[in-house]
Design a protein around this ligand. Structure first.
Ligand code: PEP
Length: 250
């Protein structure tokens, strides 16, 4: 049985004060939820604020990105080792905004996944097709290539600790969502592909859907068999909407 994981991605939003206030409000609203893992990925500046504010709750904390070296002359970067030293549980890797705006490659995504796991930080690996690729019937080829690249060199045990977020790029921040059935279909394809190399981990790895998940559509999405949670952007910025998403999943 895979425990659903609802995780917020704050992107480049919220200062320290706002982060603390939101987590304090969220904690109260999701008190007692046990059957859903809940997480927030804030900016690097707010990681320890969120971690501290979340104490006494089951809300976990994740970074939005890492670099794969442990330390050194890499101005502007933070490492998985630094996250581990601060007891940060997760990191997003390969979000489409990083791939598109910052030119992050599948090679880099794989290096980041390996580094995260080496330090006991669980990676949330984002994959998904553009609208053009969808229209050209390339969804399967695209997502399977991204997943295979991200998981290259991992043991079966390590794959179990990875979370995949299937995020069709055209659905992120647009108000457009893949239909719940379509998201379920693509996530089924991803799991089947993982099974070829990792037969045991395929049933354990959690695969989220991401792309305009809101309180009004989360129940339909979470009712799908293959979908193990959601990576939530816009709707994770307010305690009301994010807690509603969690409570409707629980
Ligand atoms: C995201 O940024 O990962 C995301 C899914 O954003 P939104 O929910 O706003 O579409």
């Amino acid at each position: 049985m895979r425990k659903p994981f609802i995780c917020g991605n704050w992107k480049m939003n919220k200062n320290v004060e706002e982060a603390e206030a939101m987590i304090t409000a969220l904690k109260d609203k999701v008190k007692g939820v046990e059957n859903v893992e809940m997480g927030i990925c804030p900016t690097a500046l707010c990681l320890t604020t969120v971690k501290e504010a979340a104490q006494g709750s089951d809300i976990v904390t994740g970074a939005e990105n890492i670099y794969w070296k442990d330390s050194g002359a890499y101005t502007g970067e933070i490492s998985a080792k630094m996250l581990a030293d601060s007891n940060i549980e997760y990191t997003i890797v390969g979000h489409s905004e990083r791939r598109e705006i910052f030119g992050e490659s599948d090679y880099e995504v794989n290096k980041k996944v390996l580094s995260a796991l080496e330090h006991g930080v669980k990676p949330i690996v984002c994959v998904g097709e553009t609208l053009e690729e969808r229209k050209a019937d390339q969804i399967e080829a695209k997502v399977n290539f991204q997943v295979d690249s991200a998981l290259a060199g991992l043991s079966e045990d390590e794959v179990e600790d990875v979370v995949i977020a299937y995020e069709p790029i055209w659905a992120i921040g647009t108000g457009e969502t893949a239909s719940a059935e379509e998201a379920n279909r693509v996530i089924g394809i991803i799991r089947k592909n993982i099974r070829k190399e990792y037969p045991e981990a395929a049933d354990k790895i959690r695969i989220q859907y991401g792309g305009s998940v809101k309180p009004h559509n989360v129940e339909e999405i979470m009712a799908q068999e293959e979908i193990d949670g959601a990576l939530v952007g816009g709707a994770s910025l307010a305690a009301d909407s994010f807690s509603e998403i969690i409570l409707k999943t629980a």
